[in-house]
Structure formats: structure tokens, C-alpha cells
Design a protein around this ligand. Sequence first.
Ligand SMILES: Nc1ncnc2c1ncn2[C@@H]1O[C@H](COP(=O)(O)OP(=O)(O)OP(=O)(O)O)[C@@H](O)[C@H]1O
Ligand SMILES: [Mg+2]
Length: 308
Amino acid sequence: MPRWRSGYAIACRAIPFRFESGPWLITMFKSTVFKKLEKNDFRTLAGIEVGMRQHHWVPSQMIASFSRLFAEEVLYRINRLLKFNLIKKTMVPYEGYMINFDGYDALALGTLTRRGLSAIGENIGVGKESVVYEGIYDDEPVILKFHRAGYTSFKQVTRTRDAGDQHHWIFVARRAARREYDALLALRNAVNVPGCVDHNRHVIVMSVAPGSELSRTTVDDPDWFLDEIIEETKKSYSKGFIHSDLSEYNIFVSPDGVLIIDWPGYVATRHPQAGFLLERDVKNILSFFNRKYGIVRDCEETVEYIMY
Ligand SMILES: Nc1ncnc2c1ncn2[C@@H]1O[C@H](COP(=O)(O)OP(=O)(O)OP(=O)(O)O)[C@@H](O)[C@H]1O
Ligand SMILES: [Mg+2]
């Protein structure tokens, strides 16, 4: 089981962050670690992050220049970060460092905290490629989605690859988060999607979807809800987006209608596989409504309706 599934770090109840000597010192996670983090710990982490674009293991001299800290300070910070288990070290083929999972989360949360995040609460979902929490940002309830895309494949990459690169999971996860954030921004006034509040590194902050997942609900008027889903799909198509992972798990239903979540895998309507992916989305939804509610709709006709 991946480490982050086993309750990695974030407290299970909403615990307000407590600032002790600056916005970086946050009481949360297995809080003793996070509350001890200081500005230069974050600078060192960020220096390692920059170095990882070019090096799989970042040489310590480079960390000093990327983080703009003196070598002795970096050495001190590295030892702290190692102790906190936020980075990893190798001695082969040279002395080098890499951010690990908790370190990357800490970096993103440090930034988001400075911008308005004030609490993290319940873990409300662990997907194939993300872990999702409730939170408070600018005094409003929000959803925090930590992307984990690339983490599993990264384990293989480490065995075969020695150069640092853009395939490192932190960059893969970061690109996935960016993609999802871009989709939410592009669709926000046209399609019912979560409102985007903030984004940093592999984390997206978004509004809480009203209602509940279609998969967990039995609706009174399934025909109406199916029509709503088809309308939203049509609107997103006309904005140039195909969800490409549309299913009862990624749709929220409420008396007001439907809202579609989970957009990092979208494709553009000009994509060579667009037709296939749109049809697959439609098939998924129609077969769910057929299985659960006995509704019969023609897939081809529905796809045509969406496209034209
Ligand atoms: N904006 C939101 N409001 C409420 N709940 C949300 C929101 N975003 C995500 N969730 C919850 O978190 C779960 C996982 O989110 P999401 O589907 O975006 O991630 P995922 O990793 O792609 O999941 P999967 O791989 O299972 O599809 C959702 O099924 C939903 O229950
Ligand atoms: Mg999902």
C-alpha cells in the first residue's frame, strides 16, 4: 500500500493552523514535524525542488545556490529535513538529495498557508491518482486535492534512470494539477465545475461540490439528471473540452443539477482520439443510467447531439 494511503500526515479533524513565529509554522500533519519547519527549511526544500529539474539527486553545492543560502546553513537545514523525513539522501554515484512525498506536500502547504489556507480537515477521498481533503481557505470551506499522478510509475523510473528530469513524480503530479486547474478556469463560467480557489505545485484548492456523488445517490428523476449531464457535456464540448474520465464517480448531483469534477485527464476536441473518448464518456453514463434506472438512450444519437 502506498505510504500516503496509510494516513500519511494530515490530521483527521479540522485543526486550525497555529502560527508560532511566521506563517510557515503550522500545527498539523503529525504536527511535531510541520510546526518545526522554518523559513530556511522551506528555502532549502525549494532549492532541492529546483535542482530536481536537472538532477535526479541534487548535489548539495547546487542546493546552496538554488536556495540562496550559505553552504553551512544548507548543511544544517539538510540534516533537519533528513531527520524530519522530508528529503532523501544518496551517496552513490555522488552525494545528492531529493524531496520525498511529505517534503513536497509541506512545500505546497507552506505556500498555500501564506496565501489563505488556514485549516485542513477530514480526508474525504483517496482516488487512483490523488488524495482529497476538506479545508478552510479565506474563512470558506474548500476542497484540497493533492495530485499523486506519476508516483507509481516513478518507482520504476528510479530503477532505470539516473539523470534528474521532468519525469520525476513531483513534476508529473504538478503538471496534472496544473492541467486540472486550467480546465476548471477555462470552464468556470460555462460548465458546472468546482470553482477554483488556488493552486500550488501538485495541489488544487477548489470549492466544495454541493450534493453527493451520483454513484452514492438514488435520484427521483433520473431522466432529468441524465439530461443535465448531457447538457453539461455538450457545453464543455463547445468550449473545446472532453472530460475523458466521465462516470458516476465524477459527477455530483443536487436538487440544483449536476456538477462535474476530476478534470486532469481532459482532452481537447481537436485531439485525434477525441471522438473515441467522447463516445466512451457517453457510453459510461448511459450504461450507468441503464443499469441503475433502466433508462435506454441511443449512444450515437447522444454523441451527435453533444457534437452539433
Ligand atoms: N470539489 C469537490 N467537492 C466535493 N468532493 C470532492 C471534490 N473533488 C473531489 N471530491 C471527492 O474526492 C474524490 C476524489 O476526487 P477526484 O475524483 O477528483 O480524484 P481522483 O483521484 O481522480 O479519483 P479517481 O481516480 O477515483 O477518479 C471524489 O470522488 C469526491 O468524493
Ligand atoms: Mg474521480
